[in-house]
Design a protein around this ligand. Structure first.
Ligand code: ASP
Length: 498
């Protein structure tokens, strides 16, 4: 017999069905034994009566979270037994046969409730159990629906979803790179992408015109607030567009997605109000103001765009840029606003140059940002020179971009959303970890897989890496410091250089 999902099965009153799932709860009423059976779709009450002796005895052994297969008949419950709280509350399953597919130990924590109060380390260690919780299951389903909606929308708009590499060379995005040593090229390293920024621009040079990707981004940042070392962006790039086009597309997509998937939510103001960086700082003392008129309403969404950011700032708080020089407030690949192009090329009035950057803010959280890019070689070179990079360095790090721009690069621009943040805010979740299947803890650890972990000597040797002595004797559990890696060039590689 074919298996039915529980909520489907419940519709077949009077019919015989097969269902499979987990024992959610077990209870006895006098001689009658009930279990609540759970699958992805919902819960149904299953009834075992003593007259059916063999099955009844087997059912006595059932414990919470055992996995079973049950054949039986869907019957209407007597009126006084109807349970309005569950979707299948009108019916129950009268059992013909019971098969135990798998047993379960007692779970380390309860999964019946929302689970916020349970310690993070234990939730993360047993994440696959944590995810059995209704709240987290629904979060992942909603996340899927959001991504599907976005994909369908962008497909209709003529976008192509294209994957870009994970093993790459670093992009300056103001964070530290995760580094992967190369076995085949001793002493050389890949970087994991902080975002697909350069690749998506190169796809525009390639003539693909409208790109998007649900992209993993990796940034080795110190634990700060609600961050994850790896997170997901909805990344987009378009050719022959201006600021207005990218903002319009983003706004249409956000509004339509919310109207379709979150009809209970109210968007405070459409079109989204636009505020200059200067005005935002003056009026709200932040560049991501929370414009909600009623901050107690959990279904109120107040969006705004923040625009007209200064292109450069001074200060030495950002990684990857020379100290004491100008650094981009956002993206080094951005174009200035057209009226500041002269100044950029002449490297004049640097502090006054405004960028085409636009950030989209929802209820006080920046949920996305992007810009129109410099598609001309000399403009991008000027940015790097202002940052203080030397000519050889620019050539070494960004030669491929400059080269690409000398082969007919179209004007282009794009945006990326912090997808985890969008999903968590729409679900009123306090933390992006609640909408990621397997997140890391605040300090970047995966308690379930025990990552990061040591690797054995052979692996290290193959990668030409030696852990420096000062780190070797440290208490491994307590030490959370990054191991200093030292590259050991083998005889072989020395020889090959000759
Ligand atoms: N790559 C940028 C970021 O990660 C987004 C963009 O400008 O498209 O913030």
């Amino acid at each position: 017999m074919q298996r039915f999902l529980i909520t489907e099965a419940a519709k077949h009153i009077g019919e015989k069905v097969k269902v499979c799932g987990w024992v959610n709860a077990k209870r006895a009423h006098g001689k009658i034994l009930f279990i609540d059976l759970r699958d992805i779709s919902g819960i149904i009450q299953v009834v075992f009566v003593p007259s059916n002796k063999e099955i009844y005895n087997l059912a006595q052994e059932l414990k919470p979270e055992w996995v079973v297969e049950i054949n039986g008949q869907i019957v209407k419950r007597p009126t006084q037994m109807v349970n309005d709280k569950i979707e299948t509350g009108q019916v129950e399953l009268s059992v013909d046969s019971l098969k135990i597919l798998s047993q379960s130990e007692t779970l380390p924590f309860s999964i019946d409730d929302v689970g916020y109060e349970i310690g993070e380390d234990i939730r993360m260690k047993y994440r696959y159990l944590d995810l059995r919780r209704e709240r987290l299951k629904n979060n992942l389903i909603t996340r899927h629906k959001i991504i599907k909606f976005v994909r369908d929308f962008l497909d209709k708009e003529g976008f192509i979803e294209i994957e870009t590499p994970i093993l790459t060379k670093s992009t300056p995005e103001g964070a530290r790179d995760y580094i992967v040593p190369s076995r085949q090229h001793p002493g050389k390293f890949y970087a994991l992408p902080q975002s697909p920024q350069q690749y998506k621009q190169l796809l525009m040079v390639a003539g693909l015109e409208k790109y998007f990707q649900v992209a993993k981004c990796l940034r080795d940042e110190d634990p700060r607030g609600d961050r994850q070392p790896e997170f997901t962006q909805l990344d987009m790039e378009m050719s022959f567009v201006q600021q207005e086009d990218v903002m319009d597309l983003t706004e249409r997509l956000l509004i339509l997605m919310i109207k379709n998937l979150f009809p209970e939510k109210k968007i405070q103001e459409i079109p989204f109000p636009r505020i200059s960086y200067e005005e935002a700082m003056k009026k709200y003392k932040t560049d991501r103001p929370d414009l909600r008129k009623d901050k107690n309403d959990k279904n109120l969404l107040a969006f705004c765009w923040v625009i007209d950011f200064p292109f450069f700032k001074t200060g030495s708080d950002e990684l990857g840029y020379p100290d004491g020089k100008w650094k981009p407030t956002h993206n080094p690949f951005s174009a200035p606003k057209p009226e500041f192009m002269e100044d950029l090329l002449n490297q004049k009035n640097i502090g006054k140059i405004l960028t085409t950057q636009y950030d989209v803010v929802m209820n006080g959280f920046e949920i996305g940002g992007g810009s129109i890019r410099n598609h001309k070689r000399e403009a991008l070179e000027a940015v790097f020179e202002i940052i203080g990079y030397k000519k050889e360095f620019i050539e070494e790090k960004f030669g491929h971009m400059l080269n690409a721009f000398s082969f007919g690069a179209p004007p282009h621009g794009g945006i990326a959303w912090g997808l985890d943040r969008v999903v968590s805010l729409l679900l009123n979740e306090p933390n992006i970890r609640e909408v990621i299947a397997f997140p890391k803890t605040g300090d970047g650890r995966d308690f379930m897989m025990s990552a990061p972990s040591e690797i054995d000597k052979n692996q290290l040797n193959e990668l030409h890496i030696k852990i420096s002595e000062q780190n070797q004797n440290k208490d491994k559990k307590k030490s959370q410091k990054t191991h200093k890696l030292k590259v050991v060039k083998k005889e072989k590689s020395k020889k090959s250089k000759k």
